[in-house]
Design a protein around this ligand. Structure first.
Ligand SMILES: O=C(O)CC1=CCC(=O)O1
Length: 262
């Protein structure tokens, strides 16, 4: 059974969400990466909805969610997730986020531990400096638009051999990126620019799985391993993939998620 809509969070921003799967199943919340939408989870949806009521949402600045002007903070992105759960009357859920979604997941593990049974952090980092790199990217997208960064971003998202063999994926993911509001994208870049979760993620006590792309140039394996080392009891799995590992290794990603959430 599908349900979808918008939730207004604390600062008035409207967050687009969608629920799929059996109404009485436990809820699994999925959070997207920078420059994508909730549709990035479509490769996993059939497998996940066999066991879960899947809640997807578009991070602010992305997809159908509002893109307020100005820089965002990770604190704001984390509160968006919690306030979306509040709006839907969901007390406790499982969570999986990739990259920006994984940064949000780390914030949630520290600041809202009572709301999350288990957390999966995929292709992500606790710190993604230097800030000057993000400031430069903000300047480029605001001055020249999303097209100016598209080819460099796609090179980080997939291994060199993947896209030529999957032209339909290239068309789809490029369309997500190009359709992203430059202001919304820049707002989320500011959240990453200002983020340093390294001093606090050791406080996380929720069971955590870290998914690492063995060939991820955006958040390289060492960054995933740093999270694993910092969070007591965290498990990890590494795939032969670049940054969007759930798209490059869809079956393995779904299997790892379901195994961890068994
Ligand atoms: O687009 C990139 O550079 C990779 C990335 C960083 C954060 C995120 O969500 O994707």
């Amino acid at each position: 059974m599908t349900d979808q809509g918008f939730a207004s969070v604390g600062d008035g921003c409207r967050i687009a969400w969608r629920l799929d799967g059996p109404a009485d199943a436990p809820v699994l919340m999925l959070s997207n990466s920078l420059g994508t939408t909730m549709d990035m989870w479509l490769p996993q949806l059939p497998a996940l909805t066999e066991r879960f009521r899947v809640l997807r949402y578009d991070q602010r600045g992305h997809g159908a969610s509002d893109a307020p002007a100005g820089g965002y903070s990770l604190d704001r992105l984390g509160r968006d997730a919690v306030e979306l759960l509040d709006a839907l009357g969901l007390e406790t859920v499982d969570y999986c986020g990739l990259s920006l979604g994984g940064m949000t997941g780390q914030w949630l593990g520290v600041h809202a531990p009572d709301r999350f049974r288990r957390i999966v952090l995929a292709n992500t980092a606790a710190y993604m400096g230097p800030p000057s790199g993000w400031q430069a990217r903000i300047g480029v997208v605001l001055d020249k638009g999303m097209g100016a960064i598209a080819s460099a971003v796609l090179e980080r998202w997939f291994t060199p051999e993947f896209l030529p063999a999957s032209p339909e994926v290239q068309t789809t993911v490029e369309a997500w990126l190009l359709a992203t509001s430059p202001g919304g994208y820049a707002g989320c870049c500011a959240a990453i620019r200002d983020m340093d979760l390294r001093p606090v993620i050791g406080l996380i006590r929720t069971p955590v799985l870290v998914i690492i792309g063995g060939r991820d140039p955006a958040t390289p394996p060492a960054q995933g391993e740093e999270i694993v080392a910092a969070i007591p009891g965290a498990k990890s799995v590494t795939f032969d993939a670049a940054h969007l590992s759930n798209i490059e290794q869809p079956e393995k990603f779904a299997a790892a998620l379901l195994d961890f959430l068994a």
